[in-house]
Write a protein that binds this ligand. Structure first.
Ligand SMILES: *Cc1c(COP(=O)(O)O)cnc(C)c1O
Length: 421
């Protein structure tokens, strides 16, 4: 029996209606930008396996460092104990994070890093004897699938069964360069009738909303408003972190820095699951007290797992290397050239780019998980490219180590796909 068939017996996949999508492709090996399936097919991983494997799959620099660490210390409780991989990682991170960030809290996936960001924002006010219970978020944001993260996500198409149990959230539109006054008016109305604890946002690019990009000056105005009203700002950089926007973090493009930053995805280069919630000294100080109950009583069994910390540290070293920084510049320039080539194609409605993230919208209406989307997805795989269209959006977020030839093939395949829709 093939792996594909054995899979069906006991496995339940994420974000899948198994009756409509019974088949999963069994991947047996991955190296660099290439995925290999059990039937011998090869695919270029043009979305870096959900934007995680930015240094290529099974990157030897990362795997060898983790292999060494494995012989030394595998796992240890992180309450009351500490270890060098976590300490080294914190030192490396603080050097590249926005200047106001000073403390790092560990967890193991993006949704959880958001839960922790939300809890920090709520408890920050609680510890100061101020009851603030409302959060502000963007209309089309996505922050994860746990309850707090679902609550702040605007993309709630599949959240129906849970909506009655959500946190109190007010929504604002993303800035488009023309709606600043509308947004600030809305914010003023919200704070008149609600006690707002925090504002959570994906800086510059909303990933799951199909790589929607928005105006950075408008975001800066919102962040300034929040600072003025003691609303804790939480940047969800789970997707945008570690070079995606051309700088280390998307927040680097914006003058007003967030109080809290959530990180995961590319953090470990895709090798091991890990997430971080970082914060400013001001946030941390609200929890630092002789009163034990003012502490942040949140923890996970695998918090700061030494192997994951080692993978993250090796990944950051790679990101900082001249080669990787040059690769990022090359991809940005290459996307720009492709954009010029494709933007006037009759099947293309619009294109956009931030850093290494490139997206185009097709000139047709499509359901997020509809038939045409499936046809496109199959066409890409049949052509040897793994791209995962979101509704009528096709986007690229390839590993930084993608070769010129591989990237050309991705572009060519997208262009060919335009003729089948
Ligand atoms: C993927 C993602 C999350 C959720 O991370 P998981 O590790 O899948 O739980 C949260 N926020 C953003 C912006 C994401 O892209």
């Amino acid at each position: 029996m093939t792996l594909k068939d054995r899979d069906k017996k006991h496995l339940w996949h994420p974000l899948t209606q198994h009756k409509l999508h019974p088949e999963a492709i069994a991947i047996t090996k991955a190296k660099g930008c290439i995925l290999y399936d059990e039937d011998g097919n090869e695919y270029i991983d043009a979305i870096a396996s959900w934007y995680t494997c930015m240094y290529g799959h099974c990157n030897e620099y990362i795997t060898s460092r983790v292999a060494t660490q494995m012989q030394q210390l595998d796992q240890i409780v992180f309450s009351g104990f500490t270890h060098e991989p976590a300490i080294k990682l914190s030192e490396a991170l603080i050097k590249i994070l926005p200047d106001n960030q000073n403390k790092i809290f560990f967890s193991d996936n993006g949704s959880t890093s958001v839960e922790i960001g939300i809890k920090m924002a709520l408890q920050f006010h609680f510890n100061k004897d101020e009851k603030r219970n409302t959060l502000i978020a963007f209309e089309d944001g996505f922050h994860g699938d746990t309850f707090g993260a679902m609550s702040v996500s605007g993309l709630s198409v599949y959240n129906g069964p849970f909506e009655d149990f959500f946190l109190e959230v007010k929504r604002i539109p993303t800035p488009n360069g023309k709606n600043n006054d509308v947004i600030l008016n809305t914010l003023n109305t919200i704070i008149k009738t609600n006690k707002v604890a925090g504002f959570i946002y994906e800086p510059l690019v909303q990933g799951a909303a199909a790589m929607k990009m928005y105006n950075s000056d408008g975001l800066n105005a919102i962040l300034k408003f929040c600072k003025d009203h003691h609303i804790v700002t939480v940047a969800d950089e789970v997707m945008t972190g570690f070079g995606k926007t051309g700088t280390y973090f998307a927040s680097d493009h914006i003058d007003t820095k967030p109080d809290i930053i959530c990180l995961s995805k590319a953090l470990t280069g895709g090798l091991l699951p890990m997430a971080l919630t970082t914060c400013s000294e001001e946030i941390y100080e609200a929890f630092y007290s002789d009163n034990i109950s003012k502490g942040l009583f949140h923890g996970h069994t695998y918090s700061a797992n030494p192997l994951a910390c080692t993978a993250a540290l090796a990944s950051i070293e790679l990101l900082q290397s001249e080669t990787m920084q040059q690769n990022i510049k090359t991809i940005i320039a290459s996307h720009k050239a492709f954009n010029e080539h494709i933007k006037n194609h009759p099947k293309v409605k619009s294109t956009r780019q931030t850093g290494v993230i490139f997206a185009l919208d097709l000139n047709i209406e499509m359901k997020r998980y509809g038939n045409l989307r499936d046809t496109l997805f199959k066409f890409f795989l049949g052509s040897g490219v793994f791209l995962r269209p979101l509704g009528n959006t096709i986007y690229i977020q390839a590993p930084y180590v993608i070769t010129k030839k591989q990237l050309e093939k991705v572009y060519k395949t997208i262009e060919e796909a335009l003729s089948i829709v």
